[in-house]
Design a protein around this ligand. Structure first.
Ligand code: PCA
Length: 331
């Protein structure tokens, strides 16, 4: 920990030095950026971001050198957004719906059944990108790109037929929506970050979870669970954000390189996410997880929960939420 704190501090000193130089010199100095991300090295988001960093390094001939620190190793997920905001690090990745407590608009992609396939998720992203970027801009943050996780489903150690089986079950959650849906199904939600999932199951802190085939396979769900119900509730997105001041300090060429690499990363990420869904379901099946789709009764139940959650979301999101939904639905 001490080592990590020191490392960040030395970067801060570096930024200060770079700023001073930038004022006096015509040539902007090469920059080294530390980029904290919450998920592990093998996760497709991390792989995509590593490629983004490589692209930027190559396009700028090393003028901008981004080092990815995966799995919450440099900064814990809960602190990444504010660390970027405060300039402790210039760039980082977070799941967008983590910002739900600041503003309900950030969890629009986690309202159940509002957008539950890639086409809808893309339309929702197009309809929400502008307003979310504006919100972040007020905090001197730039929203660079966003990539969805595969559709979310329910993992248990028993088959789920009606949803009643989930009553009283300790369920792992990762954002407000997963917490709320667990509550509405009578389960008991607990927030657990992805790197802590195996321990949480191992120690009995949780007995079920809502997540994607991607995270299920990456955390070896078959070691502690037996069933995956591919309910396709929503597709939450990760976003990459930059501290606007740090971005302003870059040369025009480096700025253009970052934007071009981001555009490619977004396209590549959406494609990778689609492929991830089938590939990871196959891995889970090979490892003995029973894969099912919701029964008629469970679907009805989830739709009722979705109506409640959509209503509550609209109340929290207010006028801007209505505008966003109209833009999405008119697509
Ligand atoms: N994986 C992350 C977010 C959504 C997902 O599929 C998680 O479970 O925390």
């Amino acid at each position: 920990m001490l080592f990590k704190a020191k490392k960040i501090k030395s970067k801060l000193q570096y930024f200060t030095a770079a700023t001073v130089l930038a004022f006096g010199a015509t040539n902007l100095q090469a920059a080294e950026w530390d980029m904290p991300t919450p998920y592990g090295d093998t996760n497709f988001h991390t792989v995509n971001i590593t490629q983004f960093a490589n692209d930027v390094r190559e396009a700028t001939s090393g003028e901008l050198d981004i080092t990815v620190h995966s799995g919450g190793s440099l900064i814990k997920h809960a602190d990444i957004k504010n660390s970027v905001r405060r300039g402790l690090v210039p760039i980082g990745e977070v799941i967008m719906s983590r910002l739900a407590n600041e503003d309900a608009l950030f969890e629009v992609d986690s309202v159940p059944y509002l957008a539950s396939n890639y086409e809808e998720a893309w339309d929702l992203w197009q309809a929400s990108k502008g307003v979310l970027s504006e919100r972040l801009k007020k905090q001197r943050l730039m929203l660079l790109f966003a990539v969805p996780w595969p559709p979310q489903g329910i993992y248990t150690s028993f088959p789920v037929e009606t949803g009643e089986e989930l009553r009283g079950v300790k369920m792992r959650a990762y954002n407000k929506s997963s917490e709320q849906i667990a509550n509405l199904l009578g389960a008991l939600p607990t927030q657990v970050e992805v790197p802590d999932i195996p321990t949480a199951f191992g120690t009995g802190r949780v007995d079920a979870m809502i997540t994607s085939p991607s995270t299920g396979a990456n955390t070896r769900a078959w070691d502690y669970l037996t069933d995956f119900n591919h309910a396709q509730l929503w597709l939450p997105k990760n976003m990459v954000i930059i501290n606007a001041k740090a971005f302003d300090r870059l040369s025009d060429d480096a700025k253009a390189a970052v934007k071009a690499a981001a555009e490619r990363a977004e396209k590549r990420g959406w494609e990778a996410s689609k492929q991830e869904t089938e590939a990871k379901i196959a891995i889970m099946r090979d490892n003995g997880i029973q894969i099912s789709k919701p029964s008629g009764i469970l679907t009805q139940r989830l739709k009722a929960v979705s109506e409640t959650m959509t209503g509550e979301w609209l109340k929290r999101a207010g006028k801007d939420g209505v505008t966003l939904l109209k833009a999405y639905q008119s697509n």
